[in-house]
Design a binder for this molecule. Structure first.
Ligand code: ADP
Ligand code: MG
Ligand code: ZN
Length: 647
């Protein structure tokens, strides 16, 4: 009974895969077109390597001949909208250069052969399918059909071209994994000496820090098969399916040792047992139990290394972390500035960069970015350059891409009333002015009232260095900056809006953590009442409060005190800077976005700089703002420690 739904499922899956394959082939054959990324498309159109393109949903080809730059723009927007037929006809000049053809007529010889080909293909696949089923029924666990059951993806050594060279930074992590690589390459060496390599390695780190990449690189370096399955693949609707998938996976792995089994997002199955809510976690627990059984079921030097990845080790069932299971942890941190530069180098390798692009500067201004975000940044920059028909990517593209990766794309089309623009302008100006007045706060690099992501506007800061700890002073200042927006609304409009919701959320979290986790309240003292973030999932659900009601009341009171004090500080700052607040808000309403040097001029001189600066001048001016800021920050620090004589 256990196996039935699963068997039918995989049969169904294979059937639909075959069907899909046929359909895919059918659409691919005539005209032998291929689909490419949008940035490639744009580049291709510009350099003439693409002369034909198919637009959906009408499925016709567009052939481009002798197009000019202006035409390209036109064609591009047409391609994007997919309504080119109509548009092209309305644009006679363009219509002369763009030929529309039905795809059936453009296939050449292939299209004549197509019916026969597809018949042959279908027949072949049916035969293949039938033998497949027969084999899998006779051959037991090692057949291909059974492997399908485990849902794991196999990356064979020949196909795995990822090595440690593709992983930038992370030197310590790579060093630790070298031993595993060596073991997988020569297990006998270890067997002879009786040395035991850990069976299970747990990689812990934020999403996008390269855990999957590293695991794959270990397999690539060692030249062994790499079985990858994600925790969520184990947890299915049918009870028992997950457990049998685990069993199948390990059977498969044992038959192909030495190899790596990689359990991605292990927290999906590996959360602590007995705490699920609603009792619906039977399936997960069975799967986890089976995983534990399997981990115990092979010897240390049998040639299987199980690697697992998670961004939270603390929610995992402790049984997973016992000796003989995942008893070694590798922590993967967010990359530091040098690491970020290395990662950027890897992901810009095949991209043409302008002379002004300085990867080290980009690295310095992307504190807190993960490897995946940096990869995304490089790609976004290339897209922006392509959109403007540039031959290479400029520094400006990277800057814009950075904002986009951090805050989401601009939503210029979102309709905003004059009133809400006005409100946003004061709100953002409020943040920026409070930030500029507090030396521990990172410099303001951009203020805007153009909506992005979910926000109505934004004030960007760039951290000047990677810090691994934060002082109480700077947390208090962070709170004041967060309140700067709401406070400005209140001061100027004598009304407040919902626009401050996320500011207030963040401020509350910070203030709570200061009191409950960092021991930063004089009244509560150095006690920690840390709590998990996910109240309804995993083990935190059933956890008792670790403090008395009286202590709870005190904590609440202290949190409120901290928040109130921070708000008052923001208010005091804004009140002494009222004329500047008006000027900055006014400038925002006029220009929508202010760069660092423009804001700085408004703040310290009271007017916008004269005349527009070109890109290079603006960058220089912005850099000067950052440098001056560092200088001020250093002096403030020395001052606070009484090291600087008052002048
Ligand atoms: P995780 O598994 O930790 O969420 P991934 O391994 O899936 O992260 O990383 C996603 C992508 O980000 C990778 O495919 C790679 O392109 C990029 N990346 C992440 N870290 C690095 C790194 N250290 N060096 C190079 N690229 C990286
Ligand atoms: Mg991953
Ligand atoms: Zn805000």
């Amino acid at each position: 009974m256990e196996n039935k739904p699963q068997f039918q499922l995989s049969r169904l899956a294979i059937m639909s895969l075959l069907l899909l394959g046929i359909i895919a082939l059918a659409t691919l054959l005539p005209g032998s077109s291929r689909s490419i990324g949008y940035d490639h498309f744009l580049l291709g159109v510009s350099d003439g390597s693409i002369t034909q393109a198919k637009a959906f949903p009408t499925n016709q080809f567009v052939t481009l001949t002798g197009v000019t730059a202006a035409d390209k723009k036109e064609v591009r927007s047409i391609m994007l909208e997919g309504t080119y037929q109509e548009k092209v006809e309305k644009t006679p000049a363009l219509a002369a250069k763009v030929t529309l053809t039905e795809p059936q007529q453009s296939g050449g010889i292939l299209s004549n052969l197509f019916p026969i080909l597809s018949l042959l293909l279908t027949l072949g696949m049916v035969v293949f399918f039938v033998t497949f089923i027969l084999r899998s029924n006779n051959q037991g666990p090692k057949s291909a059909m059974n492997f399908g059951k485990s849902k794991a993806r196999l990356v064979s050594p020949e196909k795995n071209d990822v090595t440690f060279r593709d992983v930038a930074g992370a030197e310590e992590e790579k060093f630790e994994l070298m031993e595993v690589v060596d073991f997988l390459k020569n297990p006998e060496k270890y067997q002879k000496l009786g040395a035991k390599i850990p069976k299970g390695l747990l990689m812990v780190g934020y999403p996008g820090t390269g855990k999957t990449l590293l695991a794959r690189a270990v397999a690539g370096e060692a030249g062994v098969p790499f079985y990858i399955i994600s925790g969520s693949d184990f947890v299915e609707m049918f009870v028992g399916v997950g457990a049998s998938r685990v069993r199948n996976l390990f059977e498969e792995a044992k038959a192909h040792a030495p190899c790596i089994v990689f359990l991605d997002e292990i927290d999906a199955v590996g959360r602590q047992r007995g705490t699920g809510f609603g009792g619906g976690h039977d399936e997960r627990e069975q799967t986890l139990n089976q995983l534990l059984v399997e981990m115990d079921g092979f010897e240390e030097n049998q040639g299987i290394v199980v690697m697992a990845a998670t961004n939270r080790a603390d929610v995992l069932d402790p049984a997973l972390l016992r000796p003989g299971r995942f008893d070694r942890q590798i922590h993967i941190d967010l990359p530091d500035s040098k690491g970020r530069e290395e990662i950027l180098k890897i992901h810009t390798q095949s991209k043409p960069l302008g002379d002004d692009v300085n990867l080290s500067v980009i690295a310095k201004t992307t504190t807190g970015f993960s490897g995946a975000e940096l990869q995304n940044l490089a790609n976004e920059a290339a897209l922006l350059a392509a959109r403007e028909d540039k031959r290479y990517i400029t520094m400006r593209d990277f800057e814009e891409a950075r904002t986009k990766v951090q805050l989401g794309p601009e939503k210029k089309s979102r309709v905003q009333t004059e009133e809400s623009k006005y409100l946003t302008a004061y709100h953002e100006a409020g943040h920026a002015i409070v930030a500029r007045s507090l030396p521990t706060i990172d410099p303001v690099t951009e203020i805007s009232i153009i909506p992005r992501g979910g926000a109505g506007g934004y004030t960007m800061h760039i951290p000047l260095e990677d810090t691994s700890y934060t002082s109480k002073t700077s947390l208090l200042d962070d709170l004041s900056v967060l309140f700067g927006g709401r406070c400005a609304e209140k001061l100027i409009l004598n009304d407040i809006s919902t626009g401050a919701k996320s500011d207030i959320d963040r401020a509350s979290k910070i203030a709570r953590a200061m009191v409950k986790e960092y021991g930063m309240s004089d009244i509560i003292g150095n006690l920690s009442f840390a709590e998990g973030e996910e109240v309804f999932l995993g083990r935190d659900m059933g956890r008792q409060m670790a403090y008395s009601q009286a202590m709870g009341d005190m904590i609440d009171a202290e949190v409120k005190n901290i928040v109130d004090a921070a708000y008052q500080k923001a208010e005091a700052i804004l009140k002494t800077h009222l004329p500047i607040l008006h000027r900055v808000a006014q400038a925002l309403l006029e220009k929508e976005t202010l760069q660092a040097y423009e804001f700085e001029a408004l703040f310290s001189v009271g007017t916008l700089p004269e005349g527009p600066l070109n890109e290079v001048e603006a960058r220089r001016a912005n850099q000067k703002v950052l440098d001056d800021h560092s200088q001020r920050k250093r002096e403030a620090l020395l001052n606070a420690r009484g090291l600087l004589a008052p002048s």
